[in-house]
Every structure is written in structure tokens, then in C-alpha cells.
Design a protein. Structure first.
Length: 358
């Protein structure tokens, strides 16, 4: 990438102002300066792959090619994350990537340096190092607003990939806040109020037409939001819990939140019951997380479950990876912005960080 530094963001704002000023000089009509901006499209344009082969005489040869089948990148507008749910091949060169970025209201885009707080002007013809998560920031035309996204390129792990666990002190700044957050629901006349941060904030939620509020879970709740790959700027949200602590299975509700302009208001719908073999059991407490490309439910009964169809069916996943504790598990789980898995043992308050390793 060309070393075009922006000090205090001035260059970007000056460029935007100059552009609109020229338009105004040539056109007597009023010019609108938008105060809002967002990244609406993030597309992988070009990434090279390198394959090394060894001939019968021991000679090695490395072949360079351009990846033809490129994964779709989804944009989580709620948590300001951009990533590819379908991982790239291990042979991809993530240090030299070309991407196409589109914005709402012609917002200006800057890429944060990996070595400092400086920003570079984004260009679709400049290669970018995405070998680690990068901050991509979009600025409004008026210069009064900006929004930072974390862009993560997921790459395939080898078949021998495993989770390495590290014990972490309770006061560590690394620990994601979600690990301590509890979920709460308060029913209302036409829906419910939802809090995902220990009752600090609440959102007003609506039920779909004909939905029965008596099936809404109010105890042992878990919540997750994740980008919905079927549509741009759309999130899929899940809530799981029990109506009564004596219930054998969890009640699961889902919602698709569309952040595109003029999209209909999202409403929650009850996940239909199929058979007991595919339901999420009452786990004594639920943590919903997205880890290593899968959606998991952790509970306080020592079990792990996962769903591959957005919460419709659930299967035991105890063998997917090992946990750092044994015996009767009483845990909560969460993931951080880098996709690492965090668990806290509620019995002794010990905290563990899990990282995918080869």
C-alpha cells in the first residue's frame, strides 16, 4: 500500500470538502452534506495463492495463481465487524490483498496502520495487509461522523486444528464484556423488552403476527447476533432459554434484522418444534456463541450443543474440542472480536481463553 499518511484525519476531510466546493461553484443549487456514513459492500477483488510441489528428484517449485472462487464477506452493522464465514484456503497471501469497498452517502474510507494510529486513504488498486484484523474507518461527507469496522479474513485451519487454552486473570483487559453479561426479557402487551448487558440498556422487541407470547423464554437465557449470509447488511439473532425451570427443552426464538434503507421492522418468531432429538435441552443456563465458524450453546450441565441451521435443530458437540476443565461443568461462554473463545467456571470464577491452533 502506498504510504499516504493522514494526520489528524485532515487530508480526508479536506478532500471531501474540496470536492463538494467545486460542485457548488459550478452549480448554483444547494449541496447536501451527509452526516451519516457506513460501509455497505466489502468485496474481495484479488488474492494470490502459492502452491509448492516437490518433484521426484527433490526439486521444489512454487506456483503463483489468483484465487478464482472468492468467499462472500458479510457486514455486521450492529457490532461493526466484517468477515468471511467461508474460510479462504491456507495457501492465500493475505499480506497483499485487493478489496472493493462501497459506502453509504459517499463516505470516505481510511485504513488504520498496523504500526500506529495513522490512517491511509483507501484505494481499490492498492494492496492491503489483512494477515491480521484491521480497522477500516468510514467518514461522513460533513466530517462530523465516523464509524470504525474490524475486518477479519478467516483462513482454513488444517484438519489437526485444536483449541489451546490459557488461564487468564480476572482483571485482564482482554476479557470480553459479554462474558459477564446476563440476558433478560420482560414481556409487554405487544412483544417484550430485551436486555443483553445486565439490565443496563433495554430494546423494545416485537413479535411476528400470530406468535404466542406464552412461549417466550424468561429464564436461563442466551442471546447471539451474527451476520446473515443470505443478505447484505442483515443480522440473524437468536434467543434461547426456558419458560419454566422445570422444562425439559429450551424455547428458541429468532429474528432477521435488515439494516438496509426502507427495510421492514424485524419481528421475532418462534422456532417450530420438530422432535425431541433435535431440540436444545434445558442446560441450566445458556450461552450462545459463534466460534470457529459454528454456532454453539454452552450450559451449566456440562454439555455443548451446536446448530447448523440457525437454531432450528441442535446436536451434541462435546467432541468438537476439549475444554480446560473437567467434571461437572458450570460455565458461561463468550467470544471476543478476534473470534477467540472465553469461558468462566462459575464454580470457582477461573477464566480461560481458547485459541484455534494447528
Amino acid at each position: 500500500m502506498n504510504k499516504r499518511y493522514i494526520f489528524s484525519l485532515c487530508l480526508m476531510l479536506i478532500a471531501a470538502t474540496s470536492m463538494t466546493s467545486c460542485l457548488k461553484d459550478n452549480d448554483s443549487s444547494d449541496v447536501t452534506y451527509y452526516d451519516d456514513a457506513a460501509i455497505t459492500v466489502f468485496t474481495l477483488t484479488t488474492v494470490n495463492t502459492y502452491t509448492t510441489t516437490t518433484s521426484s528428484d527433490g526439486t521444489t517449485k512454487t506456483t503463483k495463481s489468483t484465487l478464482s472462487s472468492k468467499p462472500v464477506f458479510v457486514i455486521d452493522q450492529k457490532n461493526y465487524k466484517i468477515y468471511n464465514p467461508v474460510a479462504l484456503p491456507e495457501t492465500c497471501d493475505l499480506k497483499h490483498v485487493l478489496v472493493t469497498i462501497s459506502t453509504k452517502n459517499s463516505g470516505q474510507v481510511g485504513i488504520k496502520s498496523l504500526k500506529s494510529d495513522s490512517l491511509y486513504v483507501y484505494s481499490s488498486t492498492d494492496s492491503i495487509d489483512f494477515s491480521q484484523p484491521r480497522e477500516v474507518r468510514v467518514f461522513s461527507q460533513s466530517g462530523t461522523f465516523n464509524r470504525a469496522y474490524t475486518v477479519t479474513f478467516n483462513i482454513k485451519q488444517t484438519a489437526s486444528a485444536s483449541v489451546t487454552w490459557t488461564s487468564v486473570d480476572a482483571g485482564s483487559s482482554e476479557i470480553p464484556e459479554d462474558l459477564y453479561h446476563d440476558v433478560a426479557i420482560e414481556k409487554t402487551d405487544n412483544g417484550f423488552m430485551l436486555s443483553t448487558d445486565n439490565l443496563k440498556t433495554w430494546s423494545s422487541e416485537l413479535l411476528g403476527d400470530g406468535e404466542d407470547a406464552s412461549f417466550l423464554p424468561t429464564k436461563q437465557l442466551g442471546y447471539i447476533t451474527m451476520p446473515y449470509t443470505a443478505s447484505i447488511n442483515t443480522d440473524y439473532e437468536l434467543i434461547a432459554g426456558v419458560v419454566s425451570e422445570n422444562d425439559a427443552f429450551c424455547s428458541v426464538w429468532r429474528k432477521v434484522s435488515d439494516y438496509n434503507d426502507n427495510a421492514p421492522v424485524a419481528k421475532w418468531v418462534y422456532t417450530p418444534v420438530t422432535d425431541n432429538k433435535s431440540l436444545l435441552p434445558n442446560m441450566g443456563g445458556v450461552s450462545l456463541v459463534r466460534f470457529n465458524g459454528q454456532t454453539y450453546a454452552f450450559g451449566t450441565d456440562g454439555r455443548i450443543y451446536k446448530t447448523r441451521d440457525w437454531g432450528l435443530t441442535w446436536k451434541a458437540a462435546d467432541d468438537d474440542f476439549d475444554l480446560p476443565i473437567t467434571g461437572s461443568l458450570n460455565i458461561k461462554a463468550a467470544t471476543d472480536k478476534y473470534g477467540n473463545l472465553w469461558i468462566i467456571n462459575l464454580s470457582d470464577e477461573n477464566i480461560w481463553k481458547g485459541v484455534i491452533t494447528k
